[in-house]
Design a protein. Sequence first.
Length: 352
Amino acid sequence: NQALSLANAIDAYCDEVAISSANVASTLATAQSTWQAAMTAWQQAEVMNFGPSFDGGNNSIRERIYSWPAKSSCFVDGALVDYDDDTAGFDINSQTPRRIGLDALEYLLYSNDLDHTCSTDSSTTSPTNGAWNIRTDADRSLARCEYAKIVANDVAAQITALLDDWQGAGDNYFQQLSTAGSTSSRYSSATEALNEISDALFYLDTEVKDMKIAEPAGISADCASTSCPETVESTYANQSLANIKANLQGFLAVLNNGMDDLLEDAGQGNIASTMTTDINAAIANIDNFGTTLVASVTGINEADCTNSTSDNRLEEACALHADVKKVTDVLKTDFVTALTLAIPQSAEGDND
């Protein structure tokens, strides 16, 4: 899978860093592009996070693979110093989600500043190697790379475990889902299972529309300024738009692989058709965006943002918000009504 390819690419990169090879730049570029592919695959799955993905709450497989929005480069800095100081005694399984995952790898692979990002030196001072910021660039580059290796291997292990939970031998999750309402020990009814899948689709509303777009663009009340570019999802790799596109693709995959049939059976096939058209339009607008999300929301014109629509794209980020809102408005009304489903608590009260 993509995660195994990423682990292998980082391993090859670290081999070159260790000997200060002329191939460092090219192997880093390969590791970065492989990370992008792995992130895209995971972002498509973000709207399918139900069942075993979320078992375990804050320490679920999902959180260990990708903990956004709970991410911290300082936590990663502290973890890599801990690992570098005691490689043999370091237990990756006991690390909190903000120290590991694809978000940690973004920082480790893309940040050009080798200094730590913590407010003080306390969490990045090693008893063996001293304060992080006074170590040589070569030493710190190698330490970062070695920690990236163990994080990438853990991501691959978590994804392998998740796939096994879904389709492994015995009483796997797919079996529980397909027997909902009959022999399933997890779901007492088919409606209960369908509601869990539907709840996952609301990621497009609460995370994508509200957090990934509205907050950076200054549309959300959570942004106290005209815009908040520092809140974009992908801080170092500028992958924010690609992530949103992948989220839309994942949503479309769920919609057109079963949900559309249920809507057709309910005599509401036009709902799936409308949503599909609007999703494809949003994806096309991302493809034509022309810049990064952080650049788009930096220096945004507040009046133009307010007046932006899908057809009147005065501020592209605000128009993208309108694109996604067209889909989520249908999700929260016609879609759940047609299938007699409930809106998850996380999306209740969101009347925008």
